[in-house]
Write a protein that binds this ligand. Structure first.
Ligand SMILES: [Zn+2]
Ligand SMILES: [Zn+2]
Length: 215
């Protein structure tokens, strides 16, 4: 199975013809799966200065997610511009902080949890993460890594690992042309086997819509 998009832009799983040809499936690792979630969340950011996403994970399950944004119901930086004091936008709550607060709001324990985040956490988030009991942080991009934050994580026995994000979706787009060729070959065999021409044309058109860029 592969993750792709239908003509409405919805992500869907479809049967992968590569697997029919004995080619090994590229299954996402847990690290890439959760890191992808943090990058998806970053796309909801409303602060124009930096799009950050964070997912809190416990027992291989996402228990909370957050992104850089204003308080609920507040105006957004993307609409009103950032509110900058001393070089920092004070309007937004950081992604990591939002994810931790979401756990507080709904009474979900964070003790011993893991955090997947698009960027190395700032000092304020670093302290909140430590206090929440999160024990492992996976981040994709270095971002002004503050030496004091590094020290605090070390002192608090919080493991910090850099896991660069591999853009899974782009890779699938690259494979799309190959997929169409494979589908065409399979359909040719169906045609040879006597399947109705119209039925084959319909299937091929569906495949084209499925695998064309920008669907
Ligand atoms: Zn802002
Ligand atoms: Zn922060």
């Amino acid at each position: 199975m592969i993750l792709t998009a239908n003509k409405n832009g919805e992500r869907i799983w479809v049967c992968h013809f590569l697997s029919m040809r004995g080619v090994t499936m590229n299954r996402l690792s847990w690290d890439q799966y959760f890191m992808a979630q943090s990058h998806l969340l970053a796309n909801r950011s409303t602060c124009t200065r930096l799009a950050v996403g964070a997912a809190i994970v416990r027992d291989k399950r996402i228990i909370a997610g957050g992104y850089n944004g204003s308080i609920s119901g507040g105006v957004h930086c993307i609409d009103e511009g950032c509110y900058v004091i001393d070089g920092h936008c004070v309007r937004t709550i950081h992604a990591e902080m939002n994810a931790v607060i979401q756990c507080a709001k709904f009474g979900v324990p964070t003790q011993g949890a893991e955090l997947y985040v698009t960027h190395f956490p700032c000092l304020q988030c670093c302290k909140a993460i430590i206090q929440s009991g999160i024990k492992v942080i996976y981040y994709a991009n270095d971002y002004k890594n503050h030496p004091y934050a590094i020290q605090l994580f070390r002192d608090a026995d919080v493991e910090v690992k850099r896991v660069p994000f591999e853009n899974f979706f782009d890779k699938e787009v690259e494979h799309n042309e190959d997929n169409l060729v494979i589908i065409a070959n399979v359909l040719k065999k169906l045609e040879d086997a006597g399947i109705e021409q119209q039925e084959i044309t319909d299937i091929y058109q569906q495949a084209q819509r499925l695998f064309s860029n920008g669907v």
